[in-house]
Design a binder for this molecule. Structure first.
Ligand SMILES: Cc1cc2nc3c(=O)[nH]c(=O)nc-3n(C[C@H](O)[C@H](O)[C@H](O)COP(=O)(O)OP(=O)(O)OC[C@H]3O[C@@H](n4cnc5c(N)ncnc54)[C@H](O)[C@@H]3O)c2cc1C
Ligand code: FES
Length: 281
């Protein structure tokens, strides 16, 4: 893992874009190959960790890693176009160079999750850091319990990884439920908030862990519902976003009470942060 105490953690590796393609409206999958070192640091990155990608001359921004090492050395990111850095990344093509700083952050406790039923709830671009959790479970299917995926977006055209959903749906001991706030032509799945879907699916808290990532309002209401369904704070994991600058616990930009989202998180169990989230989400 990257030396988060030293200056090295502020120096990016060079990465080359080996593929970039649209996976939803204004969201691109960017596949990056490291070209001047970094293979040691990235040899064992884990689901839930993130990097800073830089567009040279423009700036850098944090992104969850959306791939797993078992699928090869190329790192994958789902990047939604918002402002200057993400627009610059969207305008790049295959062969272009980016900076890659990381991997940072506390990952999902995949060891703790072994043998447990997992309920994964992803909303919009928040699904990006959840894809490696799903991939890890599908790679080592016998080590985890039943997998329930609730996947949501504002509109079908904003739903990420649609070309992989059939693989998830057809995987053993796995069920996938899709919903959008607003339908579009050809949509054949649920329409409504993810909380309505969660109520319908009604997963059991017995021997289960939930993992939620999405817009703050979604996290807030999903977490409340999970709590009402009987999932204890220790069973409920979230991955949080915050404004970040350094990513290594030095700049104080990403405070959550006494904690730093960049180093203590971005993955937290609710028993660690429940009291701190008011005003943060
Ligand atoms: C740990 C972590 C993981 C992330 N993973 C992903 C990912 O996988 N894919 C992805 O597309 N994005 C991800 N993001 C968000 C991404 O970092 C921002 O979209 C990016 O910084 C925007 O940079 P920009 O220069 O394009 O836009 P800016 O010009 O910086 O901002 C554009 C707009 O977005 C708002 N904004 C910027 N950053 C954030 C933020 N962190 N939270 C809320 N609002 C913000 C700004 O207020 C502004 O309105 C992640 C953020 C964090 C902290
Ligand atoms: S981003 Fe600098 S302390 Fe977290």
């Amino acid at each position: 893992m990257t030396d988060t105490d030293g200056l090295n953690a502020m120096l990016p590796y060079f990465g080359r874009l080996v593929e970039t393609r649209d996976i939803a409206s204004e969201i691109k999958l960017m596949r990056v190959e490291l070209i001047n070192g970094g293979s040691e640091a990235f040899g064992e990155y884990q689901p839930g960790q993130f990097v800073f990608l830089s567009a040279f001359g423009i700036g850098e921004a944090p992104f969850g890693i959306a791939s797993i090492p078992a699928h090869g050395e190329v790192l994958e990111f789902a990047v939604q176009r918002l402002g200057s850095v993400t627009t610059a990344l969207h305008e790049m093509g295959e062969g272009d160079l980016v900076g890659v700083r990381g991997p940072f952050g506390r990952p999902f406790p995949m060891e703790v999750m072994k043998g447990k039923n997992l309920i994964v709830l992803g909303g919009g671009i928040g699904g990006a850091p959840l894809r490696p959790v799903i991939q890890t479970v599908l790679e080592s299917r016998e080590e985890y319990g039943y997998l329930t995926i609730l996947w949501a977006a504002r509109k079908p055209s904003l739903m990420i990884f649609r070309d992989e959903l059939d693989i998830w749906r057809e995987a053993p001991d796995c069920e996938l439920h899709l919903t959008v706030d607003e339908s579009e032509t050809g949509w054949e799945h649920d329409v409504g908030l993810i909380t309505e879907l969660l109520k319908q699916v009604a997963p059991s808290p017995e021997n289960a862990i939930t993992i939620t990532c999405g817009p703050p309002i979604m996290i807030q209401f999903v977490d409340l519902m999970l709590s009402e369904m009987g999932f204890t704070p220790e069973q409920r994991y979230v991955t949080l976003e915050a404004r970040m600058h350094c990513g290594i616990g030095k700049c104080g930009r990403c405070n959550l009470g006494e904690k730093y989202v960049c180093t203590d998180g971005p993955v937290f169990s609710m028993d660690e942060v429940e009291d701190l989230l008011e005003g943060f989400l």
